[in-house]
Write a protein that binds this ligand. Sequence first.
Ligand SMILES: Cc1cc2nc3c(=O)[nH]c(=O)nc-3n(C[C@H](O)[C@H](O)[C@H](O)COP(=O)(O)OP(=O)(O)OC[C@H]3O[C@@H](n4cnc5c(N)ncnc54)[C@H](O)[C@@H]3O)c2cc1C
Length: 341
Amino acid sequence: MSNNIWVFVQQDEGKLADVSLQLISKATDLAKDYNSKTGSSVVVEAVLLGEKVKDLASTVIQYGAEKVFCVEDARLKFYTPVPYAKVMVDIIKKEEPQIILYGATTTGRDLGPRVASSLKVGLTADCTDLQIGDYESKGETYENILYQIRPAFGGNIVATIVAPEKKPQMATVREGVMKLNDPDSSRKGEIVEIASIVDDMDCLTEIIERVQQEKSVNLTASPIIVAGGMGVGTKEGFDIIADFAKTIGADVAASRAAVDAGFIHKDHQVGQTGVTVRPKLYIACGISGAIQHRAGMDESAKIIAVNNDPDAPIFQIAHYGIVGEISDVIPKLKKAFTAKA
Ligand SMILES: Cc1cc2nc3c(=O)[nH]c(=O)nc-3n(C[C@H](O)[C@H](O)[C@H](O)COP(=O)(O)OP(=O)(O)OC[C@H]3O[C@@H](n4cnc5c(N)ncnc54)[C@H](O)[C@@H]3O)c2cc1C
């Protein structure tokens, strides 16, 4: 049993998924914590499947993996469930890692449960935090297991879920939740090529055409975000938000309530069921600060809240708060920013 911590590294047409590299960073922290608590020398390893993916392995190593298992096969070029799950299960059985992390992408959300059901182990979806800790149940103590932490019951509680009896412990994590460490180009690691065990009978699904739906905005990469909520009032009200955002070089985001009201497209939704963002500056306009919204933005470096209710919960996490009407405050902010520029 290797006991190492693994990340399934997702690539699409030779581009590594951001979430996979974020998970390598998180896995590195988990390995450090595990080793300091146990005196072991557990390392981070990655699995990379695809047609020609070996060249991507060095980037994965730069982010903290000690070893990258590469399986190259033309039939793995695009994700299809059966071949991917077969290859993953085979390597896992041979190497026996203790933890495997997947991005909560369409691919990870499909692959993780398939691997879990094949191996008869647990999987926690959409974790917002991962830690190493102990767990006691029925007089049994399980030491240094994976705490899989995620909102539950509509976000009203934060649940810590454990699966102590079986390994690997597995979790999916959404993009943007974990912080990305800086890459270290001097890092050296091992690239292990594994022969593919895929055969044609595993590939009964044929991809006839792939249509990539472009998102109208990629908020996870935005350094400055201006977000609007129900307090913006109308779809037209979002024009004021968009105009202000443009003036200061920001992207526009929204609460779910604003999205549900049809003020703006869902691609802009921040929160538990939207995207998770960590901009340098997040300006929340007419957003109450419900826990489900905060889950997607409370790691922002600086938060400014504009709200006409001085008791709005958003002010509890805002670094700067402005109590006032959006129609009054936003034009003044715009003027102030323009004057400064
Ligand atoms: C399972 C689940 C998942 C969810 N996922 C998400 C999610 O991903 N993202 C998300 O955002 N929510 C999510 N929600 C919904 C969340 O609980 C809140 O309902 C939502 O965030 C509220 O949006 P809001 O703050 O825009 O609206 P409200 O709660 O209605 O708040 C509007 C705010 O605007 C202020 N205001 C009103 N008029 C003005 C004005 N003229 N000027 C200034 N301020 C004004 C008010 O004082 C108030 O604070 C989820 C809920 C559930 C149950």
